[in-house]
Design a protein around this ligand. Sequence first.
Ligand code: DC
Length: 228
Amino acid sequence: MTASTTATPCTVITIDGPAAAGKGTLARRLAEHYGFAYLDTGLLYRAVGRRLLDRGGDPCDVAAAVEVASSLRPEALEDPTLRSDETASAASQVAVIPDVRQTLLQFQKRFAASPPGGAPGVVIDGRDIGTVVCPHTPYKLFVMASLEERVERRLKELREQGIESIHGRVLQEMKDRDARDSQRDVAPLVKSEDALLIDTTEMAPEMVFSVALDHLSAQGLAPPELRS
Ligand code: DC
């Protein structure tokens, strides 16, 4: 997979955290507020997992997963089936493979150095963005919520798509994914020491956005109207 190779210094906001903690909602709002580009890195892992499933392959097949990651095209991130729980599970399986991570890391670093459309900055969310992908930015957030709250949010999301799911099954899938994402050897989900922890369990999205803005401003990120 390729991205533009012209390295331009730009502002990077990182958001890490477990599934359904509120990363995407916050990332989209921040990107819109600052006029930055947004990269949901989970989609990269999901696209690799999806392609393997579509081929009838096994997400644990290292050689096949690396081959798919190396040839992934940006258009693959548009596939609506990437949002399914089956794809999420395959994504978290390919995400434990070091060579897959290394391949996708190059894409993420290029995106951060030179965002599409010449945007002055980027918001990138995932699991290892503040620790591995962009460890040098001062603008880091770590978003979490209780397991029960994340399961409820996921069930609501599925209901809105017309899918009735069993609470126990969603809970188990979330637990399995949390365990795989946090316990893997390479780039596990862990809060960077210098990231602001935001527990969104009892917070409305508006409040999460406001807390994040206050922190980014305290870290020296100028509001959009003051940026040249
Ligand atoms: O954020 P998400 O739920 O779309 O991510 C899907 C899976 O991809 C997640 O279970 C772990 C993996 N992932 C990762 O290992 N590193 C990232 N930066 C983003 C996602």
